[in-house]
Design a protein around this ligand. Structure first.
Ligand SMILES: [Zn+2]
Length: 333
């Protein structure tokens, strides 16, 4: 096990020091362009006295931008006098992926959200995961990881929490999800939980909230505003930020079965026929895929296998077989 092994990562900021500090998580990385070099992952710690600790992250996947935008702003604006407790801000968790604008790391192709608990002697992405697992998560009471769809997916903006075996912990997570105040909230039963940051945080008993706030490989004024409001609301909810909640109604969504997920079975030109958030009926046309190699061929039609709203869609204009084409979620009354 890794329990007592040192991490190659060192922090230039002291997590116990009062006040506000900007610095780096330094990960030694020697490569052709620079011997004895380091990957410098930006981090900010704001601490004022005794109180809960929140750990806030973005760019777990490097092409998702609401998290980095909201967290760079928070790192700039949050002052010790605003809080009781500690806020640890890492705007870009998979920093090499963020720098490259890609979902996974260009160094080792590591998908951060599949590599927990990580390894201190592993690849670059595994070393970052290990540092979060053994040094940052144990400090935290509240953990918020801001995702979006990246370059290839777009979502209606929602905060998410999992169905957990520990119902007391589940209650705390769901309350925090609701406090975030995204336009939609989603309770998920994770089918593929192994290796996720979510699972690492939940197994330590933390209050964990994640999000999907948009996508397409950029952010919008609306999605950035939702992220900013949500992060502040969670800090207020946690009793860390001494401010008013900016409360918003949130529509509860569920993805109860496999009929929610539509997968492409063809290659071609993607024609979406319903926009995000629109109501759909079972059997309704969701998309056509045109064979763009030639004219005069009938497109393949994709129809809803259940009623609900369009919660996610493939984003690029062309699509391949196996791509996630659309997700239809059910509104929970
Ligand atoms: Zn993501």
């Amino acid at each position: 096990m890794n329990e007592n092994r040192p991490s190659p990562i060192t922090s230039t900021v002291d997590f116990q020091a009062e006040g506000k500090a900007h610095g780096f998580l330094k990960l030694p990385y020697s490569h052709d362009e620079s011997a004895w070099s380091n990957i410098m992952i930006p981090i900010t710690v704001v601490k004022n006295g005794e109180g809960p600790t929140a750990l806030l992250t973005g760019a777990n996947h490097g092409d998702e931008y609401e998290g980095p935008v909201a967290l760079h702003r928070l790192a700039q604006e949050l002052e010790p006098t605003h809080i009781t407790g500690t806020v640890i801000i890492v705007p870009a968790m998979n920093y090499p992926a963020f720098k490259a604008g890609t979902r996974t790391s260009p160094i080792d192709k590591g998908n951060m959200n599949r590599l927990f608990p990580g390894r201190p002697d592993g690849s670059v992405t595994e070393k970052i995961a290990d540092y979060f697992q053994r040094f940052l998560l144990p400090l935290a009471d509240y953990v918020v990881d801001i995702h979006a769809g990246g370059k290839t997916l777009d979502f209606v903006p929602f905060a998410a929490a999992h169905i957990l075996r520990n119902k007391e912990q589940q209650g705390r997570c769901h309350a925090a999800m609701e406090a975030f105040g995204a336009p939609y909230s989603m309770v998920l039963l994770e089918m593929d939980a192994v290796g996720m940051y979510d699972t690492a945080a939940e197994e330590m008993g933390k209050v964990f909230v994640s999000t999907e706030l948009g996508g397409g490989g950029s952010s919008t004024a609306r999605s950035n505003a939702i992220a900013w409001r949500g992060v502040r609301n969670i800090l207020v909810h946690a009793g860390i930020l001494l401010d008013e909640m900016d409360g918003h109604d949130s529509i509860r969504l569920d993805m109860p079965d496999a009929a929610c997920f539509i997968t492409s079975e063809s290659n071609g030109l993607f024609e979406i026929c319903v926009d995000l958030g629109e109501a759909v009926e079972e059997g309704q046309l969701i998309a056509r895929i045109h064979d763009a190699e030639r004219t005069g061929t009938a497109p393949t039609e994709y129809r809803a296998k259940r009623s609900g709203i369009l919660a996610a869609r493939h984003f690029p204009g062309q699509i391949k077989i196996g791509d996630s084409l659309a997700v239809i979620a059910e509104i929970v009354e």
